[in-house]
Design a protein around this ligand. Structure first.
Ligand SMILES: Nc1nc2c(c(=O)[nH]1)N[C@H]1C(S)=C(S)[C@@H](COP(=O)(O)O)O[C@H]1N2
Ligand SMILES: [Mo]
Length: 162
């Protein structure tokens, strides 16, 4: 797609950066995210994994699939098949971190419901509302992988420790 920024300098504030072992590190502002094909989530109850605490009910999100953004940046390809050893680390503006594997995103139904959301219940979200929000709609308890103010997706290619 046009109008994505190949990163040459620190990204602008509020942008989502795809960095690490991508073919083309990219950064996306909220308006750029809105230009991609969108998906709509089902409404859900936000509930904490650690405490099982009910936080609030959330209206349907609209956003772009995480796999769409990853594909735009290009999966690691310096060694044949290494993309299958890639782990994606999502980082919030506050340093909060969650993980996804390549298999989970591209080779299970979970990935079809992982989105970067910029709209909720038909209303646009801005940075004060927590946008962009990473949301994994197939998770049993959604709060941990509901990352407010998503700042970065890092691609790490794992190797065996032995
Ligand atoms: N950026 C960011 N997002 C986050 C977290 C965080 O610490 N930072 N905590 C997660 C967890 S564990 C929970 S329970 C919920 C809490 O949601 P609330 O802050 O709306 O109550 O946010 C999730 N998303
Ligand atoms: Mo939590």
């Amino acid at each position: 797609m046009d109008n994505v920024n190949v990163i040459a300098a620190p990204a602008v504030a509020g942008a989502l950066v795809l960095s690490g072992r991508f073919q083309r590190p990219l950064s996306f502002g909220l308006d750029q995210l809105r230009r991609y094909e969108s998906v709509v989530a089902s409404p859900f109850d936000l509930r904490c994994y650690t405490t099982n605490r009910f936080i609030r009910s959330v209206e349907p999100y609209r956003g772009v699939r995480l796999t769409t953004l990853i594909t735009e940046a290009g999966l690691p390809d310096s060694v044949p098949g290494e993309f299958k050893r890639t782990v994606f680390v999502a980082v919030g503006h506050d340093g909060y971190v969650v993980t996804f594997s390549w298999h989970e995103l591209f080779n299970t139904p979970v990935g079809e419901n992982v989105m970067v959301a910029y709209e909720c219940g038909g209303r646009a979200l801005d940075a004060e509302d927590g946008a962009p929000i990473l949301f994994s709609g197939s998770d049993i308890l959604p709060a941990p992988r509901h990352v407010k103010r998503l700042a970065r997706i890092e691609a790490h290619v794992l190797a065996s420790l032995t």
